[in-house]
Design a protein around this ligand. Sequence first.
Ligand SMILES: Cc1ncc(COP(=O)(O)O)c(C=O)c1O
Length: 394
Amino acid sequence: MTAGAGQPAGQRLGTGGFETLAIHAGQEPDPRTGAVVPPIYQVSTYAQDGVGGLREGYEYSRSANPTRTALEECLTALEGGTRALAFASGMAAEDCLLRTVCAPGDHVLIPHDAYGGTYRLFDTVLSHWGVSYRPVHLADTGAIRQALAERPVRAVWVETPTNPLLSVVDIAVVAQACREAGALLVVDNTFASPYLQNPLALGADAVIHSTTKYLGGHSDVVGGAAVVADPELGERMAYVQNATGGVAAPFDAWLTLRGIRTLGVRMERHGLNAARVADMLATHPAVTEVLYPGLPGHPGHEVAAKQMRGFGGMVSFRVRGGEETAVAVCGRTRLFTLGESLGGVESLIEHPARMTHASVAGSPLEVPGDLVRLSVGIETVDDLVEDLRQALPG
Ligand SMILES: Cc1ncc(COP(=O)(O)O)c(C=O)c1O
């Protein structure tokens, strides 16, 4: 038996709502002490009852650890998968998934707009191992179908909404195209979080998260996760995860799980605050374009309204005056902290071209220099709006 591979917590809990699952899935009170929160099993190895006599399948913490199991069961329930695996970072999750499903000679379609680190993984790491990639406008269904028809494709990698341009991809449409072409569909669900979007229910084969972001939610832990629909893929990934070792540490798994318990209420507030910020920016004379799927004029608004339960907390915008103005705005906010990352309770501002997306400079994924990205936190929204107003040129 594989530790933690029993009946998914979501099934054990029946048809609980999202917040119920977030608080209870994988998190039954400790059977020995009644502790209501899963303990941090800060342990590397486990006593065996005779050689090979494992207690509940636990042998060594790279293979499985009870705190990590609790997180994995909760993630399985929240994404509606059959299995989740928790990693040391989002990139470790991406790497494990790709090394599980791809072999030398395989080809992957990636978004024309994606997290810079994902592009870097394809461009400078996996390419050396014979895995090729091609950026495609994934919001353009015709372009995907054409790329799928041109040559065999092992996997299609989707981000929606994308980082940093907030483009929206119709997951169900791409899933159908992938099924017809025999390609695996992977969706990076970091920006939406499982509270707002469940790609597996829309036909994806695997979901990736940087749990560093909304799932953890407090900017105090780096982590990643993969959740899959097919148990056999889950088994193969668990094998590679154990063989390569990029697992979530017990304390990191515990912190992530603590964050997840409030994901629902946080995402509600992130969404409300982001909508107010987007509305203010949309009427500001220094702003030339606001990229937020909640705005009716956003090209992906209708698809987002169909496949998401809200529009999230990320807002990007372009400024009059180009790159220097964008950089200056990033340096003038007082409440929005200038920094990389996103999804925490505190608001962050950054300049993608020089920060998170510096690795795509000169590539087809290059982002505009006049772009500013906001991770809108859950502070008092009037304070956030006021901070941006004073930072923007008058
Ligand atoms: C959309 C997206 N996916 C994946 C990652 C990588 O996650 P991590 O930084 O936890 O390795 C990030 C990081 O910013 C991201 O924004």
